[in-house]
Design a protein around this ligand. Structure first.
Ligand SMILES: [Ca+2]
Ligand SMILES: [Ca+2]
Length: 163
C-alpha cells in the first residue's frame, strides 16, 4: 500500500473518532461498544480487576443478542482447535461472590435476563460463585449457556465499555 493511502485511512478513522468517539487502544469496536479480549487465563477476580484498570468491566449480558455478540466475537478470536473445548470459555461479569445465591453483574447493571445451562447454577461443593458460558451443547446458542464455576479457575475474559 502506498503511504498516501495509509494516511487517508488514518484520517478517515480520526474523523470517525471525532464525530462518534472511538475505542481506546487494544479495544475492538462492535456497534457503539468497545470490547477487550484477553486470551491469557486468569481467575475471575484478576479478570475483574484487569477490566477495571482498563476503565471497563467484565461483560454483562442482558438479552440473546448481547450473548450472541460476545460469543461470535470469541469464536472469531479463539484458535480454531479450541472452539470445542469446554475449558476455553471466558469469564463474564456475573457472580454471587457477595451473597450466596444472589447473582450480580460486576458493572452494576440489573440482572433481568439469564441463560443458565440446565441444572445451573448449582454451587457445587458450596464453592461456585463466578460465571462463564460452558461452551458445551449441540449448537452455538446452547454453548453460550452459563455455568457457575469456581472463581479460582483460570479463563480468558472479555472487558467492555461504551464508546
Ligand atoms: Ca454460589
Ligand atoms: Ca455449576
Amino acid at each position: 500500500m502506498n503511504s498516501n493511502f495509509n494516511i487517508s485511512l488514518f484520517l478517515l478513522a480520526a474523523i470517525a473518532c471525532l464525530s462518534e468517539g472511538c475505542c481506546p487502544e487494544r479495544f475492538m469496536q462492535v456497534g457503539r461498544r468497545c470490547y477487550y479480549y484477553n486470551s491469557g487465563k486468569v481467575d475471575w477476580h484478576d479478570a475483574n480487576r484487569a477490566c477495571q484498570r482498563l476503565g471497563a468491566h467484565l461483560v454483562s449480558i442482558h438479552n440473546a443478542e448481547d450473548s450472541r455478540e460476545v460469543y461470535a466475537l470469541w469464536k472469531s478470536l479463539v484458535d480454531a482447535d479450541r472452539r470445542d473445548d469446554r475449558d476455553a470459555a471466558y469469564w463474564i461479569g456475573l457472580n454471587d461472590d457477595r451473597i450466596e445465591g444472589f447473582f450480580e453483574w460486576s458493572d452494576g447493571t440489573r440482572l433481568g435476563y439469564s441463560l443458565w445451562q440446565r441444572g445451573e447454577p448449582n454451587n457445587t461443593n458450596g464453592g461456585e460463585d463466578c460465571v462463564a458460558p460452558r461452551n458445551d451443547g449441540r449448537n452455538d446458542f446452547d454453548r453460550q449457556r452459563w455455568n457457575d464455576g469456581t472463581c479460582t479457575d483460570r479463563k480468558s475474559y472479555f472487558c467492555r465499555r461504551s464508546l
